[in-house]
Design a protein around this ligand. Structure first.
Ligand code: CU
Length: 646
């Protein structure tokens, strides 16, 4: 788009832009194509628009640089969803360096995730011992809270394809539990609670809420497949400690993103298909959809009182959250606040007062005041939609919102390829009739089509307004071409000043979706395992050896650079072998690997960690089991012979 056209567009403003109607899909395509008009060589620090010139990037960025000198550490962690790779990525920020990948839902060749017995037990297996699933699609990641800030215990991540939720321990940065949600398809939004709705002493996360996006027959066993009026979706509550599903709410329409209040009383999900349509034109037919507010305390009272049913073979209590059954505020479990056309993200402001819904097919952001939603539940406010305190136009294709802790919101505009910075209080004043209230503070072009956005500490009470990361779905011309599959472009933006300043582009493999950014001192990672973490630990090299019980054979060994405790071990063809390896090296960073050629076995053991694998010794011969993780000057010599006698 030429600069002149930009000026004209800015001058006419967004006020004349209308809601996108059924042509929205064509509009989406046109928006993507239009971006090809952007000059390929536009400098990253070019002003976003003449109406909102950015400060010169060089001078501003010098105090907030992304470049760290060798040996310098980042000041923030970023936890990123890995997308199709089914893992979680750990970044250091502001450098954007990828430090680690935590496998969750999909096998991982480095760690041996999906190979070891321990990881298979977390991932889930079929009766034959093979993994139940080997594909995943992670979208959203959020971490546990205490006192309104992250407490460094856990993070959670979803798998949309197979409706699974994984928990990550943030001491070892490993996945330790995975739960498959019953009667849910297309599990999308996820958010932990921040406090208990009833007991103020519980000021930390004990529940994780999960939004089910696709409506299905319940149970989905072949009944009602041709009757979409019988399709429903569910909002689920998972226990943060046990990872069991505590309860589910059957709703009208579907769930999209999820948010939770700081007082623990409300959880919400945006809904883009109040029509219950099964084709996209049906899903877009209504001018307003909804943000559903769940009254957590009332739902749990209803479950306690036995006012629930179960679905199919699942024992999980399901309460009725349908619109029809929740019209009386005094007894309602769910409140349906109306929101313009197909909203996407819903985000909680760090002051605890508002949830903000991004319009997607409407150029608006809707600000909902939580105290008023509670007033409605208490019978103090007649019209539920009076909880909407602002509904303002911000640009085309609003998707997600982040916060700086200074009263400003930052929303991605997918169609405009922009971030808009807007002031929440000014938007509320404008909505109330003060047409002089200027709520749009700044706009910044991003490259291109931004989806998720998050700022340092954004959805915590400690939002610090320093860095903003944005996941751009299309990178087009920003990186060297590598064939038809382009990386996505994650951009880092300095939001410490009045104007946003673009700091860096980072290519990423598709497609990460969501992420959080928090101060590094909020986690206390351990460098070495505790031997007692595994009941199988081989604590002394003298305990190594082969024990046989008929065809079942156990091989115990230890590793200490540069040797395994057994120089060789003998098996017979057809044995069912369980091999247990403990790494007795207790020095930080001294990890060993263990690979068995032709047996499809490779895994690592970190300092004082124990892992096991089980396999059938079906191929006779000599197999040099070797260390795959560089450990010592004699690393190549670090081997043991597995001899399988015919
Ligand atoms: Cu080694």
């Amino acid at each position: 788009m030429s600069e002149k056209k930009e000026i004209q567009r800015e001058a006419t403003g967004i006020g004349r832009r209308k809601f996108l109607n059924t042509a929205a899909l064509a509009g989406l395509t046109a928006g993507v194509a239009a971006c090809n008009d952007k000059p390929a060589a536009a400098p990253a620090s070019a002003p976003a628009a003449p109406a909102a010139p950015a400060a010169p990037a060089a001078s501003h960025a010098s105090t907030n640089t992304t470049h760290l000198k060798p040996g310098e550490l980042d000041t923030y962690y970023g936890l990123w969803s890995g997308g199709h790779t089914g893992d979680m990525r750990v970044l250091g920020l502001p450098s954007g360096r990828e430090i680690h990948r935590i496998p969750c839902f999909v096998p991982d060749a480095l760690v041996g995730w999906g190979v070891t017995n321990e990881s298979k037990a977390v991932m889930g297996t079929k009766p034959d011992g093979h993994l139940k699933y080997t594909v995943a699609d992670t979208h959203h990641t959020h971490a546990s809270y205490k006192d309104g800030n992250y407490d460094g215990r856990y993070a959670w991540i979803n798998d949309k394809i197979n409706s699974r939720i994984a928990r990550i321990r943030l001491d070892y940065f490993v996945c330790d539990k995975i739960t498959e949600l019953p009667n849910v398809q297309g599990f999308h939004g996820i958010f932990p609670d921040k406090a208990d709705p009833v007991d103020p002493a519980i000021n930390y996360t004990t529940r994780v809420f999960c939004g089910g996006e696709f409506a299905i027959p319940l149970p989905n066993n072949g009944q009602d497949v041709n009757d979409p009026t019988k399709y429903h979706s569910m909002f689920s509550c998972v226990d943060a400690e046990t990872m069991e599903v505590r309860w589910q709410v059957l709703i009208d329409g579907n769930c999209d993103l999820v948010a939770t209040s700081f007082d623990g009383k409300l959880a919400a999900t945006n809904q883009y298909n109040v029509e219950n349509g099964i084709h996209y034109e049906d899903m877009m037919s209504a001018e307003r959809d909804a943000c559903l507010f769940f009254n957590v305390a009332r739902i749990e009272e209803a479950v306690k009182a036995g006012k629930f049913k179960t679905v199919g073979s699942s024992k999980v209590p399901v309460v009725d959250g349908s619109h029809e059954s929740n019209k009386d505020p005094k007894t309602a479990l769910v409140a349906y606040v109306s929101v313009p056309k197909n909203p996407h993200g819903v985000n909680a402001s760090p002051d605890g007062k508002y949830f903000i819904c991004a319009g997607k097919l409407s150029p608006t952001a809707t600000v909902i005041e939580l105290a008023k939603v509670l007033d409605w539940f208490d019978g103090k406010m007649e019209k539920l939609d009076d909880a909407i305190v602002a509904e303002v136009e911000i640009g085309l294709g609003p998707l997600h919102t982040a916060f700086d802790g200074r009263g400003n919101a930052y929303t991605t505009l997918f169609l405009d390829s922009q971030i808009v910075k807007w002031n929440v209080d000014a938007a509320i004043k404008f909505h109330a009739g003060d047409k002089n209230a200027k709520y749009v503070v700044d706009r910044l072009d991003v490259h291109y089509q931004p989806g998720h956005i998050n700022a340092s500490q954004s959805e915590t009470k400690a939002a610090d307004g320093k860095y903003l990361a944005v996941g751009c779905k299309f990178s087009k011309d920003r990186f060297l071409p590598v064939g038809p599959l382009h990386p996505e472009n994650e951009q880092l933006i300095d939001i410490s000043g009045d104007k946003m300043v673009l700091l860096a582009d980072h290519p990423v493999r598709g497609e990460p979706h969501d992420f959080i950014i928090f101060k590094r001192d909020l986690v206390k990672p351990k460098q070495v395992y505790d031997l007692d973490d595994s009941p199988l630990a081989v604590k002394d090299p003298k305990d190594s050896g082969v024990t046989r019980n008929g065809k079942k054979v156990t091989v115990k060994l230890t590793s200490q650079a540069p040797a395994f405790s057994l120089r060789e071990f003998k098996l017979k063809k057809g044995d069912e072998v369980t091999l247990i390896l403990t790494n007795l090296d207790k020095i930080e960073d001294l990890t060993h690997g263990f690979a068995i050629p032709n047996y499809n076995v490779n895994f690592i053991v970190n300092p004082l960690e124990t892992k096991s694998v089980t396999f059938i010794a079906d191929k006779p011969g000599v197999f040099w089991c070797y260390c795959t993780h560089f450990c010592h000057a004699l690393h190549l010599e670090m081997r043991t012979r597995m001899i399988v006698e015919a």
